[in-house]
Design a protein around this ligand. Sequence first.
Ligand SMILES: [Zn+2]
Ligand SMILES: [Zn+2]
Length: 338
Amino acid sequence: MKGTFIHGSKDIWFEDRPEPKIEKPTDAIIKLSATCVCGSDLWPYRGINKIDKPMPMGHEYCGIVQEVGSAVKNVKKGQFVIGSFFASDNTCLHCLNGYQTSCQHREFVSEAQAPYLRVPLADGTLVPTSEVPSEELIPSLLTLSDVMGTGWFAAEAAQVKQGSTALVVGDGAVGLLGVLSAKLMGANRIIAMSRHETRQKIAKEFGATDIVSERGDAGVARVKDMTKGIGVDSTLECVGTQESMMQAIQSTRPGGYVGFVGVSHGVEINGDQFFYSHVHLHGGPAPVRRFLPDLIGRVMKREIDPGKVFDLTLPLEMVAEGYKAMDERRAIKTLLKV
Ligand SMILES: [Zn+2]
Ligand SMILES: [Zn+2]
């Protein structure tokens, strides 16, 4: 089979690689129904993460179980399953506390932009749907593997509640799904920071009530203006840069919460500034495994349509173009058909 590798900055190859096999009795092999490119894949693509040797790519996946190892009990051949970008046993104390992305036995899944994938710790990692879903639900189910679960965690970590005022920093797929999550958790005002018309439109469809196109200090000033100088209750930080993190902390009211899920790149927090902000910070790699049963149910009942964030669909062999389109911000998120 062929799979996706990154060889260097802006250098994506779709090339030969052996088909994955069961390596441990706890593994499963799935045939992907669809996979996609993640905003976080752009960090190595843009040369911000160093690449020493060709690396396989892809960590968002859903598909049909082909084969399971001898120790796998909860997942069966023929089931449609979704898993997180970190495989987890779902039995250690970190997992039981709901932080499966900190599982003591976690393994990063990094070969999913391919037709077949080996998933470690299959019993803990994979959640089957009640039945094999129809084709039109696949994009929404695929988002649960990362971006929807990550947006959900951002809203949860930011303590969005009924009646909250929420701010979302970042208009990528995670930010947009953070808007949807904040809406589902009952926020009555949701301010989305975005300067792109197509993204503003989706943010509004997902429940944004206000759009702020200013950034940095001007963005903070605008949010303060809109909240009578107070700041918002909850901020979802979905970018991971110094500017976005400062924008998030400074826009939040004393006693408010920042949920940060943008993969942190060079963020430094000034102790004095943080001390006097009175803001709670919680975030990190989203434990999407915890949210899968609930979110799968919502998609299967057609209550939510997070798959709207896919605005480009390509055959898997055109994966390089999928990266390019996202890098150039021509696409929000690329779905790859297997
Ligand atoms: Zn991702
Ligand atoms: Zn665990």
